[in-house]
Design a protein around this ligand. Structure first.
Ligand SMILES: Nc1ncnc2c1ncn2[C@@H]1O[C@H](COP(=O)(O)OP(=O)(O)OP(=O)(O)O)[C@@H](O)[C@H]1O
Ligand SMILES: [Mg+2]
Length: 292
């Protein structure tokens, strides 16, 4: 809570080790606050959280965590190499390791041409790249990235995607906040949607049965009661004479929906499911107008 404002409530999450976890929700949903609580940077008024087997905020565990904050300010008189050395030393990385790791990381994020420039002269995207390298310098087991592609050009965004995947391949767990759903869709293993501090739904992006679908139906004798009854399986249902468009968050419900339509007297001529993009799913689960 911030004064009277409840930023996060009843939030229950579990992130598997080694996965890329997408944490999604509209502006002000409580994503950054949740990350800060998991890091011990904000104190929750209730509840508990375990991070890498220890209570959230444990200082020893913090050394195993990388963090790219949403709005960060680094010491701007440092060069990127100095910033990385500083963060590396704070996390207990030996100097000999840093000597080889820092230039390699600076190269990875495309900052080699600016290696001797001070951060105060960096553009937004250049700073973002330095921030990302800072989050990785101690080869953390768990990495929180709060909107890592913010301010990045298309090549930079692709670079972030490749870096996230490489981190997972190294065995790290990545906890990602982003509004760029097309990127989340191709990077993440699991996503959770939150709104006003509460989980709305979650998705395993590899599970076919869980795939969200939009179904275009053409049918005669669709009664208003029948359409209303679809609320049991569907997030939305819009009928326009013989055309019915419905969305459901799980492909596994399709047989039940079709059986229900036929059972309630509709004459179904067409029933075409189409995979929904994560963006469509976001709008369907976050939209106030559920169509019922
Ligand atoms: N330091 C603070 N003091 C008071 N209220 C705060 C503070 N930080 C966040 N909040 C409030 O808590 C709620 C959640 O904010 P948070 O920054 O966690 O959202 P978010 O999901 O990260 O949003 P965005 O997508 O815009 O980054 C908002 O209503 C915000 O106004
Ligand atoms: Mg945020």
């Amino acid at each position: 809570m911030f004064g009277e404002k409840v930023a996060v409530r009843d939030l229950t999450l579990s992130v598997r080790r080694g996965e890329i976890f997408g944490f999604l929700g509209p502006n002000g949903a409580g994503k950054s606050t949740s990350i800060k609580m998991l890091l011990g940077l904000a104190t929750p008024s209730g509840g508990e959280a375990w991070v890498l087997g220890a209570p959230a905020g444990n200082v020893e565990i913090r050394r195993k965590i990388g963090f790219l904050p949403e709005n960060f300010r680094f010491y701007e008189w440092l060069t990127p190499a100095e910033l990385l050395h500083l963060h590396g030393r704070l996390c207990g990385v030996p100097s000999s390791k840093l000597e080889e790791r820092v230039p390699a990381l600076i190269d990875l994020v495309g900052l080699t041409p600016h290696i001797n420039k001070r951060l105060q002269n960096f553009s937004k995207g250049m700073l973002q790249r330095a921030g990302l390298a800072q989050a990785l310098v101690h080869e953390p087991e768990l990495i929180f990235l709060d909107e890592p592609t913010s301010g990045l050009d298309p090549l930079g965004r692709r670079m972030v995607r490749d870096i996230i995947r490489a981190q997972r391949d190294r065995g790290a767990t990545v906890f990602l906040n982003s509004h760029i759903l097309s990127e989340i869709e191709i990077t993440c293993d699991q996503v959770v949607f939150i709104r006003e501090g509460e989980v709305v739904t979650s998705r395993d992006l590899h599970a076919q049965q869980e795939e969200a679908v939009r179904v275009d139906v053409r049918a005669k004798k669709l009664s208003p009661e029948c359409i209303e009854g679809l609320a049991r399986w569907c997030d939305s249902a819009h009928a326009d004479e013989e055309r019915l468009t419905l969305t459901t968050s799980s492909r596994g419900r399709l047989p039940d929906i079709l059986r229900y339509l036929v059972g309630s007297g509709a004459e179904v001529y067409q029933f075409t499911p189409q995979r929904m993009t994560l963006e469509e799913l976001f709008i369907s689960v976050m939209g106030e107008d559920r169509g019922f």
